[in-house]
Design a protein around this ligand. Structure first.
Ligand SMILES: [Zn+2]
Length: 184
């Protein structure tokens, strides 16, 4: 399974690349120093969480922060991953093998209803017609801020997103190129 190599936005132009894909700032390395997608540099991960840095480019976040969340994380209003700049998140949604690889899946039907209960606008398809797949979908969640805390179960730093901080939620696959979902 191959994903087309997306264009690299200007903000990420200085980052190292692997196979044409930008290596996120929090990506870990093998003992011999090579980057490895999917591995996490825990020091940088925690620094990004604490200092509100973008996990992709490593520079300070601004007044619009985007988290890529699995449905289960969104239900818990918690992210175990640092936030991103909007432009960096748009890139990650098409380039990150983990996130982009889930594009064929869609949220479970009840998510839109749950978000509506919280007063959060959901920009996915309201009919639930795509809700067949129950596998975990990814959402890009725009927020105005977050609360850092230590998750009681994982003991990891996590970002708590309060409902009033959530600006919008959009399923991965409906942003950027292929705005209508990509698949013919
Ligand atoms: Zn960034």
């Amino acid at each position: 399974m191959t994903t087309p190599i997306p264009n690299i936005p200007l903000r990420l132009a200085g980052r190292p690349t692997l196979g044409g894909l930008v290596v996120p700032w929090t990506t870990g390395r093998t003992p011999d120093g090579r980057y490895r997608f999917g591995a996490v540099d825990l020091d940088r991960h925690n620094q990004a969480m604490t200092d509100r840095l973008c996990q992709t480019c490593g520079t300070p976040l601004e007044d619009r922060i985007v988290f890529a969340l699995r449905d289960s994380d969104l239900r818990a209003l918690t992210s175990h991953e640092p936030g991103m700049h909007p432009v960096c998140s748009a890139y990650a949604a098409t380039a990150c093998p983990m996130i982009a690889g889930r594009m064929q899946h869609y949220r479970a039907a009840s998510l839109a209803g749950q978000l509506a209960d919280l007063g959060i606008a959901f920009q996915g398809d309201p009919t639930g017609a795509r809700a067949g797949a129950t596998a975990e979908a990814w959402q890009l969640v725009w927020v105005s801020g977050y609360h850092l805390y230590t998750h009681p179960h994982t003991k990891m730093l996590a970002a708590m997103l309060l409902p009033e901080q959530i600006l919008r939620v959009r399923p991965v696959g409906t942003t950027g190129a292929g705005a209508e979902g990509g698949k013919p």
